[in-house]
Design a protein around this ligand. Sequence first.
Ligand SMILES: C[S@@+](CC[C@H](N)C(=O)[O-])C[C@H]1O[C@@H](n2cnc3c(N)ncnc32)[C@H](O)[C@@H]1O
Length: 225
Amino acid sequence: MTRSIGDRLELVAELLHTYGPFRCMADVGSDHALLALRALDRGDAAFAVASDLRPGPLARGRANAASHGCGEDRIRFRLSDGFDGLGEFAFDCACVCGMGGELIAELLKRYGPRPTCRFLLQPMTAQDDLRRFLWENGYRIDREAFTCERNRPYAVLAVRCTGEAPQPYRYADLFLGKERPRTAAFAAYAEKVRTQAEKRLSGRLARGLDPTDEQSLLAEIARMR
Ligand SMILES: C[S@@+](CC[C@H](N)C(=O)[O-])C[C@H]1O[C@@H](n2cnc3c(N)ncnc32)[C@H](O)[C@@H]1O
């Protein structure tokens, strides 16, 4: 049964399809586990582990798997804080979606460098913190893709840990990424970044703080139009 997973997760599923197929995908913070089930359905993963910090969401995922006809031979469920409880699974892809960027960075830091794993990350907030962590800690952002769901823009980052030297970046890169496709979804994303930068700029000016970073970010957004 194909079930709608919304445009946000559909974009993650699309990237899974692009980079897959995977032997085992981990859906970390899976809640309903619809992403893992979609990956199994499409053959983008042969096996999946869905994990969540809380029993309620995990039970929701289990129920969805059952109504999907997906048994333990295809998907397992684990109560786990980030990657902590997933040591028994040799996954080659991990999706961490629908959490704040700071939390995603924290979970990756605790997990440590895993060069053989492809990560698909979809931060709801603090994308700048996540990009900073990735560029400064040996991760490469291979691709950033954007979409809108119910008029809200979302970014999905396809990432690998290459162990390379810290990447140079400018302040604007933290908020806009380096890819910046000429799409309506990215334009909506940049518009959200602009609104937030305007607010930070007003706050900094009111407190007599250096406004240069926010001004340069706003100037860069204006140039993209
Ligand atoms: C907003 S839901 C996102 C669900 C799904 N990944 C999606 O994108 O639609 C966030 C889920 O992450 C779980 N979560 C929060 N912190 C977590 C952590 N440290 N480890 C694992 N799961 C966590 C929550 O319990 C919740 O079910």
